[in-house]
Design a binder for this molecule. Sequence first.
Ligand SMILES: [Zn+2]
Length: 274
Amino acid sequence: MESTPRSFHRHLIFPFHYAPKEETIFFVATISDKPGALAAFLSVLSKRVNLIGTSSYSLGGNTAIYSGFGKLLAKHTTASSLHAEIAKSRKVKSCQVWKSRNGLIVDRFHTGFQGGVGEPYLVFPARGLSDTFEGIVRVIGTGGSTLLYDLGLDYAKARSGIYKKMMGAHPESHIDELAAIVTALGYGHSEAALSPDRKSIRITSIECFECSTPSRSGRRCSFLRGMAVGIFGPLFDVDMVSEETKCRNAGDDLCEFVLKAKDGQPLVGAPKRP
Ligand SMILES: [Zn+2]
């Protein structure tokens, strides 16, 4: 298998879809979790619809949700005629279909997203958040950056318990996995590594969300810097300090953060602190 060079593969999500010249649908079906059920459902659907995007997940108890957006192959197909055809399949437990109006079709079923540890998520554009942070620093001044650092720190600390549980007794061997989680969540393409002397963690972020829009205030990525300390501090059971050594807002092509123990001791391998 060919390995892909560093690139950005973003999930395409469809809370709604707008295609002014097309007739589209949104469907949600409860189907059996058993082998073949999804294939049977798709064979009915594929006669009428070109799929644009789908999602599926198990609800447990031999039941799965399969939903998605599709383009109708024939304009005369209605939501109710498609529903009737799908309902004939014995593998489909229930189904709902909605048709677009003036090119707009909305997911009428889901109410947000859920992350890997069960917490509800909302979708907010990365650039929107960057601009929001910019507004805070513009109004409050440098105190705004301190505020964002504290907020990032508190945000991450509140979630550090679950990460501590997942990473176990040797967090140093899971640093790259943590960076991968941050990347998968869309904060920026992140990498993290422990220095050879084990005294610091270097984190880099390409396309970091926090400096994804131009800054007039000259702020750096304080929220992320706080977040890094809030996650890695509790994980290594160490009071940490951090510095953003590179930032796109300072003309660098990526952001770089260096985390160290406040007392300068190695992060692992040293005698346990009192
Ligand atoms: Zn930055």
